[in-house]
Write a protein that binds this ligand. Structure first.
Ligand SMILES: Cc1cc2nc3c(=O)[nH]c(=O)nc-3n(C[C@H](O)[C@H](O)[C@H](O)COP(=O)(O)OP(=O)(O)OC[C@H]3O[C@@H](n4cnc5c(N)ncnc54)[C@H](O)[C@@H]3O)c2cc1C
Length: 334
């Protein structure tokens, strides 16, 4: 894994986006013998399968746990569990909280952090982080991938675009991508996340709770997940409805309201500093309804959770489909 230095290199396939979908696609292509380069704008791989380093511990402020909700991703989830990169999490649920609707029956978490799942997927791949792709252009029968300052960072015969649909549209519209209307049909809801840590946080009689009538629709104790430190740290997620209404609010105002919600949920005053993070594209609300979208003539494939649904297993299934589409296209033109 490396950081972006502006150097260009020609490969069979460039994958834009090192989230669950892009990493799955890259793994499938490498296993099939292709040379693959993955580019991501973030500091590390993972996308929304992510963890933030706090003052005293690390907090999973994106994806909370992995559920068995997409059959075609089960092999990957089983591999993660067998290798120990993911372990079962059976939280004591707070009163009145049912299992969040998103998920199946089996809850897994990355160990020691959610981002570890992505790091282990990236370990055997050529992944360059800190590279925000700004444009795709064709030259000499190849795709040139330009960063946001116009520098060519890679060249490839085919490109897999594994980023949220609205961001994929920005990259694909100028290429005349055949399939844009499928991408525009996909929609996301936002989520505001609240991060709290510090010894002053009181012990709780539950590990996770999903209140029905609060701005915070989820609150989880980090130390209850396997492989974490004992440091007192909680992650709260605002409901979709609340996050939509307060999408453009100042961070300070959001933190104030979410801490108040947290105080009502736990019945204690919260005195530790609060951090909030806004996920503009958090959970897929309308999926495109197809596993990946390919423009075979141009050698471009778009994939991501938005193809199939709101979870990591949907993203994995879509990444698999994107790799299969590239392989099929190459074998039909060979
Ligand atoms: C708060 C929250 C809670 C969630 N809870 C759960 C849960 O409990 N269980 C579950 O299964 N799912 C959950 N999800 C959803 C899950 O995280 C996503 O469905 C999944 O991680 C999406 O993977 P992806 O690869 O499709 O996209 P992403 O993870 O978004 O990956 C896309 C990548 O593309 C990169 N990128 C974007 N644009 C560019 C560019 N121009 N150039 C270079 N790189 C670019 C980004 O940096 C990112 O790394 C949650 C998500 C959030 C935000």
């Amino acid at each position: 894994m490396g950081l972006h230095s502006g150097m260009s290199m020609s490969v069979d396939v460039v994958v834009i986006g090192a989230g669950a979908a892009g990493l799955t696609a890259a793994q499938g292509l490498v296993r099939a013998g292709y040379t693959v380069k993955v580019l991501d704008k973030g500091r590390g791989p993972g996308g929304r399968l992510s963890t933030r380093r706090g003052r005293v511990t690390r907090l999973d402020h994106g994806c909370q746990f992995l559920g068995d909700d997409e059959a075609s991703a089960m092999d990957d989830l089983n591999d993660w569990r067998e290798s120990g990169v993911a372990q079962a999490w059976s939280p004591r649920l707070g009163p009145g909280s049912g299992a969040p609707k998103l998920h199946g029956s089996q809850w897994l978490v990355g160990v020691p952090t959610m981002s570890q799942v992505a790091k282990s997927m990236a370990a055997d791949l050529d992944v360059t982080c800190g590279c925000r792709v700004g444009a795709l252009q064709q030259a000499n029968g190849q795709w040139q991938i330009l960063d946001d300052s116009g520098v060519t960072c890679a060249e490839a015969n085919m490109v897999v675009i594994a980023v949220p649909a609205p961001q994929a549209i920005d990259l694909l519209e100028p290429t005349g991508f055949d399939g844009l209307s499928t991408l525009t049909a996909a929609t996301y809801d936002p989520t505001w996340a609240l991060l709290l840590e510090g010894d002053e946080l009181p012990p709780l009689p539950f590990d996770a709770t999903a209140p029905a009538d609060e701005p915070l629709g989820w609150l989880a104790v980090q130390a209850s997940k396997p492989g974490r430190s004992d440091a007192a740290a909680w992650v709260g997620l605002a409901t979709t409805q609340w996050s939509r209404t307060h999408l453009e609010d100042e961070h300070e105002a959001v933190a104030h309201e979410l801490v108040q919600s947290c105080e009502r949920i736990v019945g204690h005053e919260i005195s530790v500093p609060a951090t909030v993070h806004r996920w503009r594209y958090s959970l897929v609300s309308t999926a495109a309804g197809m596993p990946a979208v390919m423009d075979a003539r141009q050698g471009l494939v778009a994939c991501g959770d938005w193809c199939l649904g709101p979870t990591v297993s949907h993203a994995v299934a879509s990444g698999r489909a994107a790799a299969a589409a590239v392989i099929e296209q190459c074998s039909s033109t060979a």
